[in-house]
Design a protein around this ligand. Structure first.
Ligand code: ATP
Ligand code: MG
Length: 221
């Protein structure tokens, strides 16, 4: 972990993910990291296809995931959506690699510190493509605590330390949120006919129900 306290004021946070669907845990994480480093903006970056997750049972389409992230970020002036991975994926029919996304942000915002944001379930950096190049683009990796993943994270972090120590140096662990909400639970709840309470933006829930996502009825009739 890096010892010096880098000034990330004015920097940009990047929160990638499937967002299937986006939930209040995601926006809570984005806000907590923004406040912690006093960042100017956070970008939600929905993945086109995650190379580490090629199969998923119940899933919304790419367009629906994109609409939902827009709905959930509309009211926050500092929270934006960047559709680079979806645009690139559509154009080249390719899986998404975070390194290419970092290159995109570095080119768009030269000189601005970049902070990659993940939850503690997602610290398998040692198997991410071209991970050795990450320190060229990133000032920090903010790993936000997520209940029930602490043990798994310890194992992953040991592997990151071992295989890519320069990336491990960028990591800062932040115990800021501890919200157990997950998209998997939300999809399951809808499938089982429950209303997942306090986990979705109202407009996102309305969208899911209107368009019949995740096994809800939906449709005009
Ligand atoms: P799924 O259950 O489908 O994997 P998810 O809730 O994990 O969905 P993702 O889209 O996979 O959502 O997550 C995007 C990013 O947000 C990941 O880095 C993930 O670790 C982080 N994240 C999601 N939910 C939380 C949470 N409740 N607390 C902290 N981080 C979270
Ligand atoms: Mg996940």
């Amino acid at each position: 972990m890096r010892n010096e306290d880098r000034d990330l004021t004015g920097g940009i946070g990047i929160l990638g993910g499937t967002f299937d669907p986006i939930h209040l845990g995601h926006t809570q994480v984005a806000r907590a990291v923004k406040d912690h480093y006093n960042l100017s903006l956070v970008f939600i970056v929905p993945v086109y296809i995650n190379p580490l997750r090629l199969e998923q049972e119940i899933s919304a389409g790419i367009d629906d995931r994109l609409v939902m992230v827009h709905l959930a970020t509309l009211d926050e002036s500092w929270l934006w959506v960047d559709s680079i991975e979806i645009d690139r994926g559509r154009e080249h029919a390719e899986v998404s690699y975070t390194i290419e996304t970092l290159q995109h942000f570095k080119a768009e915002y030269p000189g601005t510190p970049l902070v990659l944001i993940t939850g503690s379930d997602n610290v398998t950096f040692h198997i991410w493509a071209r991970i050795d190049e990450f320190p060229k683009y990133l000032d920090r990796i903010a790993v936000v605590s997520r209940p029930e993943y602490e043990k798994k994270m310890e194992t992953d972090v040991a592997l990151v330390n071992q295989n890519c120590p320069e990336v491990a140096e960028l990591i800062e662990f932040l115990s800021l949120v501890n919200n157990p909400v997950s998209s998997t639970n939300i999809r399951e709840s809808f499938k089982d006919g429950f209303i997942p309470s306090n986990s979705l933006y109202p407009d996102v829930e309305r969208y899911i129900r209107k368009y019949g996502l995740y096994g809800t009825k939906g449709g005009p009739l």
